[in-house]
Write a protein that binds this ligand. Structure first.
Ligand code: CA
Length: 411
């Protein structure tokens, strides 16, 4: 019998050995950013652990980088080997003495953006969100969904350079907006600042220009997932978006969680997407594509500490495999560090929507917070936190952590 491992975490810990998400952190004592793996309430210095465990040079090198991009570039077979090695360092008793000093309490780990974002694309994959927003932005249209919506996952290219890690302050953007009933636009701070609860998919393993990535190959390119808040200035957005789509109403900031949960950790969360009522072109037809690429992830939106919504990711119409297949169907290349997001996650029920514009019916019905204050949209000083957990093995959830941000006044 082996002695109990001193590194063990409680069996029901959402950050146990079944999860092992990657991030980048520093400490006050050592400000150099380095790759960490969250384990229970601690973060493992992954590069130091690789050296201490005598790992092969390639693994030492990949985990000693200040960002995840070299690991992302290495591809699926290497990701699998690295994950197995990290799990062994944390759970095999023979490594315990060497690894224990390399664990930092989570509270001492300052999170950094875990990877350099190459290209950033945001999709629009929730039928409920698209229909709710369609009714608000196009009240006179017969169908709240546009004619293309059920034939392809709609998306737009966002701004990679303003993706920031959780905890980064979010400055209220200024811009052009035209209020209802006004003839001309004015310039000033956004008066309708909103959130969008989303999941981000982190891409690795490059594909060359001219080569399509089929749905069946998606798992070779999706390294893992993070939480994402697509901050949205609705007044700027509503005035600028016709006919080319989101621009300055979105590009001022996009927040991501510090932890990238490996796709392997979500094996038990896989679920069939909702039934489709419109036939799909072959490159998007996922009937028979195994395993299913829907994900059973329970998300939660908190405003100033109060839960205002619980969006269910399993309700998303389009899967990550379809999004990736569509993203590359024209021959667009993939680069390690590409990030594509799901679009706002909204379920069918009013308490499951992932944006304030839906929750408050375009601002007409503000939500009341426990302190008696009311919010149609975000006020300066408001703190928004998105959390989530996925279905995991044996009923133990897989934690995705949180993405948080506080609104600072416009400058
Ligand atoms: Ca979005």
């Amino acid at each position: 019998m082996n002695a109990p491992n001193p590194l063990s975490v409680p069996l029901d810990d959402p950050f146990g050995p079944h999860n092992l998400p990657y991030g980048v952190y520093s400490t006050a004592a050592d400000p150099a950013p380095r790759i960490g793996v969250r384990y229970g309430g601690h973060v493992l210095d992954a590069g130091a652990a690789a050296r201490a465990a005598g790992a092969p040079g390639q693994i030492v090198s990949l985990l000693s980088a200040p960002v995840l991009n070299p690991l992302l570039a290495a591809g699926r077979p290497v990701w699998t080997r690295v994950r197995a090695a990290v799990a062994e360092w944390l759970t095999a008793p023979e490594h315990a003495a060497a690894v224990a000093p390399l664990l930092v309490p989570l509270a001492q780990a300052l999170p950094h953006l875990p990877f350099e974002v190459a290209d950033y694309v945001d999709f629009y994959a929730s039928e409920h969100h698209a229909a709710n927003v369609g009714r608000i932005f196009r009240p006179d249209a017969a169908d709240p969904l546009t004619a293309n919506w059920k034939h392809l996952p709609i998306g737009y290219h966002g701004r990679a350079g303003t993706v920031v890690v959780s905890g980064s302050p979010v400055l209220r953007p200024c811009g052009q907006r035209r209020a209802a009933g006004e003839a001309a636009p004015s310039y000033g701070p956004s008066l309708r600042l909103d959130v969008e609860v989303e999941l981000g998919f982190v891409v690795g393993g490059a594909s060359p220009r001219g080569r399509r990535v089929a749905m069946a190959e998606a798992d070779e390119h999706v390294f893992g997932v993070c939480l994402l808040n697509d901050w949205s200035a609705r007044d700027i957005q509503a005035w600028e978006y016709v006919p080319l789509g989101p621009f300055l109403g979105k590009s001022f900031a996009t927040s991501v969680s510090p932890w990238v949960v490996p796709l392997e950790a979500l094996a038990h969360a896989r679920t069939a997407p909702p039934p489709r009522d419109t036939p799909l072109l072959p490159y998007l037809d996922d009937a028979g594509v195994l395993p299913p690429c829907g994900l059973d992830i329970a998300m939660e939106l908190r405003l100033n500490g109060h839960t205002v919504s619980r969006p269910p990711f399993a309700s998303m119409y389009w899967t990550y495999a379809q999004m990736l297949a569509h993203l590359t169907v024209n021959g667009a290349s993939l680069r390690p560090g590409d990030l594509f997001a799901s679009g706002t996650v909204s379920g069918p029920r009013p308490e499951q929507v992932g944006a304030l514009i839906e929750l408050t019916h375009g601002g007409a019905r503000p939500v009341e917070l426990p302190d008696g204050s009311r919010r149609a949209f975000l006020e300066d000083g408001d703190e928004v936190v998105i959390t989530a957990a996925a279905v995991g093995p044996g009923g133990v959830p897989v934690g995705l952590g949180e993405v948080a941000g506080r609104i600072e006044p416009a400058r």
